[in-house]
Design a protein around this ligand. Structure first.
Ligand SMILES: NC(=O)c1ccc[n+]([C@@H]2O[C@H](COP(=O)([O-])OP(=O)(O)OC[C@H]3O[C@@H](n4cnc5c(N)ncnc54)[C@H](OP(=O)(O)O)[C@@H]3O)[C@@H](O)[C@H]2O)c1
Length: 319
């Protein structure tokens, strides 16, 4: 039974850098919103690969000194607002993206209004809690690629968090979408609207798509970069979202040589993009596939699962 008092909350705390054992659940002081801040009662908080990469000290951890609260995705209700906040008030249902040290994997989290958007009625709060980071990454990547009707798009890792949302966003914009995944995920991809599927375990996408594509969205990096450039049509766009990706400078130079665009995406919270994403969900054009839910205390298990690199859809923690 929770012993949370009105001034405290349960939160995941990363107490060091290392394996999942550096994650603990602790009772800490509940934050209160300062000027320009919104306090959200978190109902669901998605797990992203960034969480375990930060935990292991591999990426995104600069400037973060343990102990801190991890987690970037949240959905819930506004509990209180600070001075100068307009547009949000107590009781509003919201979702969005925040950053550690004051992360989302807690019963309450603070956000700036520009990191949030209202959630329309009818959207499942668990899906909303898993949407922000992966959805914004896909949305911002496809916007950078100038997605539109008839554009041929290849989404690598299409069954994952970013990929499965990218497939649906690209379809909603009228693109022709090919997704790559293991055969076990092919029905899943077709169910999301993918026009073609590639089995990366037995097919080489550079053979299958040798006639060319306009856009490649790449969450995998390594040799996927140079191989993807080979199948890009002139003036096509290669969008690199993998982090960290040490091979990036070479791929950038190769793209320049071939006359195709190279764009590197670092996701950023944006209330307009969040509103656009959730509007697609409200119209039934975007579904967040939540493959696994865990409690806050099971955060270590959630990280282990994410680290396998073979999760279908999203993992969510319920505080
Ligand atoms: N740039 C940014 O700001 C930003 C933001 C968000 C995420 N990211 C990065 O983007 C990457 C993907 O994130 P995510 O949330 O989508 O990860 P994820 O959910 O963990 O991705 C897992 C998926 O990857 C697929 N996969 C693994 N190897 C594959 C391969 N060789 N070919 C095709 N599919 C493969 C798996 O499908 P199968 O089971 O079918 O293999 C699985 O469905 C991560 O590196 C993450 O850190 C970057």
């Amino acid at each position: 039974m929770s012993t949370t008092s009105t001034r405290s909350m349960r939160a995941v705390r990363q107490i060091d850098y290392g394996g999942p054992e550096v994650l603990q659940v602790a009772e800490i002081e509940r934050p209160s919103p300062g000027p320009g801040e919104v306090l959200v009662r978190v109902r669901a908080t998605g797990v992203n690969p960034a969480d375990w990469k930060i935990r292991a000290g591999l990426a995104g951890h600069r400037g973060l000194r343990p102990p801190f609260t991890p987690g970037m995705d949240l959905a819930g209700e506004v509990a209180a607002v600070g001075d100068d906040v307009t547009g949000f008030g107590p009781g509003d249902t919201v979702y969005g993206m925040v950053y550690p040290p004051g992360g989302a994997q807690a019963q309450y989290a603070l956000a700036r209004p520009g990191m949030l958007a209202p959630v329309p009625p009818g959207i499942d709060p668990v899906q909303a809690g898993a949407l922000a980071t992966a959805g914004l990454t896909a949305w911002q990547a496809l916007a950078a690629a100038r997605i539109g009707p008839g554009r041929k798009v290849l989404v690598h890792a299409a069954a994952g968090g970013v990929g499965h949302l990218a497939v649906q966003i690209a379809k909603a914009h009228g693109a022709h979408v090919t997704g790559s995944a293991r055969p076990e995920n092919h029905d899943f991809l077709r169910g999301l609207g993918a026009d073609e599927v590639i089995d990366y375990t037995s097919q080489d996408f550079t053979d299958v798509l040798r006639d060319g594509v306009d856009v490649v969205l790449d969450p995998l990096g390594d040799d996927y970069g140079p191989r993807s450039l080979k199948i890009l049509a002139p003036e096509g766009a290669y969008i690199d979202v993998r982090q960290p990706n040490p091979g990036r400078p070479e791929v950038r130079a190769m793209a320049q040589e071939r006359g195709v665009r190279f764009t590197e995406i670092t996701v950023a919270p944006d209330s307009g993009d969040l509103a656009g994403l959730v509007a697609l969900a409200a119209r039934g054009q975007l579904r967040v596939a939540v493959g696994h839910t865990f409690t806050l205390s099971q955060v270590g298990k959630a990280h282990e699962l994410s680290e396998t690199g073979h999760v279908q859809g999203k993992i969510v923690l319920i505080p």
